[in-house]
Ligand binder design. Structure first.
Ligand SMILES: C[S@@+](CC[C@H](N)C(=O)[O-])C[C@H]1O[C@@H](n2cnc3c(N)ncnc32)[C@H](O)[C@@H]1O
Length: 249
């Protein structure tokens, strides 16, 4: 992407998220279905961090494109002492700041920054998280946007991120919409990835974990255990709305 196209995109998202910040949480999580999806997705972030030895209070985690703090606030309330939240849009971070309980004030630092130019030294963080961001940029740009996250991660550091699934079979209406968007209209923003594209779009990271999320809420009646089973079973995990993906530096 040219520098000009990149700054146009930054301008677009800065404006739109400044405008949306106050309504962002309300539109997404403040209903039972949204809250369930949020909790489930966040749980999988922790599961991957845990599997790769990153559940410990002193681990330094950077939450990129942190927004209103869906992931960052969970990290600090869980017990991490050194979390950094970065976002392009101060208004989004302001919402996050307003929700941060007083006792965690020293455990979460906020920075307004472009994730392509992070204001941190190299090899600084043990882990990184990135929720609900990639659909905002073309598939061809995923690696370029991750280059600086890669730089600030320590050797063997883990990045846990979400990717929207182009193959959203559980929701046929969305599946058709996504197909038209990408293959007929040829649009790459907002982008969704096919599972077989991960290796290419996430180079040079190594893919260590793929968990499927966002199945129909109906499955909830069978309980958390069933939802967990679906998320990891080799066939069904490919057809949910999104993935939580673990990438190793
Ligand atoms: C859909 S929101 C996701 C927020 C949060 N991670 C979540 O899961 O709810 C996308 C966020 O990306 C931020 N953003 C967009 N471009 C960015 C960039 N180049 N660097 C950092 N943040 C960016 C926006 O300001 C917005 O807060």
């Amino acid at each position: 992407m040219s520098t000009e196209a990149n700054s146009d995109l930054n301008k677009k998202y800065l404006e739109s998220y400044t405008e949306e910040a106050k309504r962002y949480d309300q539109h997404r999580w403040q209903n039972p279905k949204g809250l369930f999806a949020k909790n489930q997705r966040n749980k999988f972030f922790f599961e991957i961090l845990s599997k790769y030895g990153l559940i410990a209070p002193d681990k330094k985690i950077i939450d990129v494109a942190s927004g209103t703090g869906r992931v960052a606030l969970e990290l600090v309330t869980f017990g991490y002492k050194k979390v950094v939240a970065v976002d392009l849009t101060n208004a989004m971070l302001d919402v996050s700041r307003s929700k941060l309980p007083e006792q965690y004030k020293n455990n979460l630092d906020y920075h307004v920054a472009d994730m392509k130019k992070l204001p941190f030294e190299s090899n600084h963080f043990d882990g990184a998280t990135l929720g609900a961001f990639f659909y905002l940029i073309p598939l061809s740009e995923y690696s370029a946007y991750l280059a600086d996250v890669n730089r600030v991660l320590k050797k063997d550091g883990i990045l846990v991120c979400e990717v929207m699934n182009q193959l959203h079979v559980f929701n046929p209406i969305k599946l058709i919409g996504k197909f038209i968007h990408r293959h007929i209209k040829g649009k790459t923003i907002k982008s969704h990835a096919y599972p077989w594209e991960f290796k290419k779009i996430f180079a040079p990271f190594e893919i260590v974990e793929v968990i499927g999320t966002d199945f129909p809420g109906f499955f909830r009646i069978f309980g958390d255990g069933f939802v967990n089973f679906l998320s990891k079973s080799p066939l069904t995990k490919y057809f949910g709305g999104r993935f939580v993906v673990g990438l190793k530096k």
